[in-house]
Design a protein around this ligand. Structure first.
Ligand code: ATP
Length: 487
């Protein structure tokens, strides 16, 4: 039909030209319109097929190829159950997951996890990055989202898969809170289209679609994306600890002649704060250095030299120095020791691996939901918060800037004591308490807690030493390991 119209149009033009009609302006107009339509069509139809090709055609990634992410892998596998055992899920009437969000710093293996999930579930895999959806032309991003889902369904049909996994990296570019962008209409339309497509996923659909998103900043995402029924499962993908780094190094040196296995232990110890991507690059650089020296094996010196090379290429992402790491170990050890002293069994895990903006972290056991606190409970919280800085002082004779957030938190808790009528000021309305009176009362509470924490910690210095030494060696520890250290 299209050909008949085109033929008739061209015939008509020739006829008009023969009878002496000036067809040039019309021809130019039609050419311009055709060009514009073609441009819009190609902009909207970026095909995502090529991006996802990797899984079938190249080496399929399995969970065994990913090191240092055991808990992320376990959580992910659990969430994938509905693709692996659809009959049971249907029988139990469970609403299948539509979206899983992988949250973590760059290069920690989020893309690898998504690809391994596709292999694990025998799903078609298609990948895109949030930035690919953002164009200056209104409506193009939304069209690409539709195209992405369409491509995923087609790919699953082509590969005879009963399910498809769509991986969207940098989800925050596409899914940031609505109304925040300067050209927000286009961003909002794109995000709306993603929400519409997610809502369109049904449990009995063939192929079943699962979205896996990756981001470094889950806090930037629009709440609509995170609500139940959309990306309602979050999996943390953190930097690997020493054991994890050892595993990643052995994965990336599988095809390389290493002088001895001990070299990898040594390098894992020396690469605190490295991501999987750093370690992959490190193994590669070490092999290049060995080749340049015409050495038949890669040894410790090659790796050590490669560490500097990898770090120099990463100026923006500064690694903490050894002194800083040690200070963090005492700081976090102090928090944990006081937490255990005032509230036995309250330390869930402890790490000196940088996470988010923090250089270390102590996680308390999830308490039962608690909405009401007594003064002793709030005082204990203040002691735990102050214990980091006080440990530093006891060990080094001074404090560091690392306790800034702790102090803010301690002060807020003291304020809460006053505000709730639990201080020596008795019942007050905080708006009517003069600023200096409020300050003095908070000061008194904090000073008292500081003295008490100082006292407790100085009586337990050998324990602090033991925790910090173990932390420096192991980098992270769970509740069991922590308690065995104290016993
Ligand atoms: P980004 O957030 O920057 O997209 P990412 O978290 O998705 O990064 P990947 O693309 O999965 O990171 O990893 C990049 C490369 O780093 C991988 O191809 C792999 O070689 C290596 N790598 C990263 N993490 C791991 C890991 N846990 N185990 C083995 N290799 C890893």
């Amino acid at each position: 039909m299209k050909e008949i119209y085109i033929g008739a149009g061209v015939g008509g033009f020739i006829f008009l030209a023969i009878i002496g009609f000036n067809i040039v302006p019309f021809a130019l107009l039609i050419l311009a319109m055709g060009g514009f339509l073609y441009f819009m069509k190609t902009q909207g139809q970026l095909s995502f097929n090529n991006l996802g090709k990797g899984v079938k055609s190249q080496h399929r990634i399995s969970f065994a190829d990913i090191g240092g992410q055991d808990s992320a892998i376990n959580e992910l596998k659990e969430a994938l159950d509905f693709l692996v055992k659809p009959e049971i899920i249907q029988h139990m009437g469970i609403r299948p997951l539509k979206g899983i969000l992988l949250v973590g710093p760059p290069g920690t293996g989020k893309t690898l996890l998504a690809r391994a999930a596709a292999s694990f579930t025998s799903s078609a895999f298609i990948a895109a990055s949030g930035s690919e959806f953002i164009e200056m032309y209104a409506g193009v991003g939304a069209k690409r989202v539709r195209q992405l889902f369409l491509d995923a369904r087609k790919k699953a049909a082509r590969e005879n898969s009963r399910s498809a996994i769509i991986f969207i990296d940098e989800l925050d570019v596409l899914g940031a809170k609505r109304g925040n962008h300067t050209s927000h209409m286009e961003y909002d339309q794109t995000l709306n289209q993603l929400l519409v497509e997610m809502d369109g996923i049904t449990p009995d659909e063939d192929p079943r679609i699962l979205l896996v998103g990756a981001t470094n900043r889950a806090d930037l995402l629009d709440p609509a994306l995170l609500r139940p029924g959309r990306f309602d499962r979050q999996v943390q993908v953190g930097l690997p600890d020493r054991e994890g780094r050892r595993r990643i190094l052995s994965i990336h040196t599988r095809n390389k002649p290493i002088s001895s296995e001990e070299v990898l232990d040594e390098i894992a110890r020396a690469t605190f704060g490295f991501s999987g991507a750093h370690l992959e690059s490190l193994a590669n650089e070490a092999a290049i250095l060995a080749m340049r020296e015409s050495s038949s094996t890669i040894d410790s010196a090659h790796f050590t030299e490669a560490i500097d090379k990898v770090l120099l290429g990463e100026k923006a992402d500064r690694q903490p120095t050894r002194q800083e790491i040690e200070r963090v170990a005492y700081h976090e050890g102090g928090h944990a020791l006081i937490s255990e002293t005032v509230d036995p069994g309250s330390v869930a895990s402890l790490t000196i691996i940088p996470r988010g903006g923090a250089l270390g972290f102590m996680r308390k056991s999830p308490p039962d939901d608690q909405y009401l606190f007594t003064r002793p409970q709030l005082e204990k919280q203040i002691m735990i918060t102050l214990a980091g800085a006080i440990s530093e002082e006891l060990v080094y004779g001074d404090r560091s800037t690392g306790a800034r957030n702790d102090f803010n938190q301690a002060w807020q808790t003291a304020r809460e004591i006053v505000q709730s009528g639990l201080s020596s000021l008795g019942v007050v309305s905080i708006d009517d308490v003069p600023a200096d009176m409020l300050y003095n009362e908070c000061r008194t509470i904090i000073d008292k807690m500081e003295t008490a924490t100082h006292q407790l910690l100085s009586e337990r210095l050998p324990y602090l030493e033991r925790i910090a030494t173990a932390l420096l060696e192991e980098e992270s520890m769970d509740q069991r390991r922590f308690q065995s250290l104290l016993n």
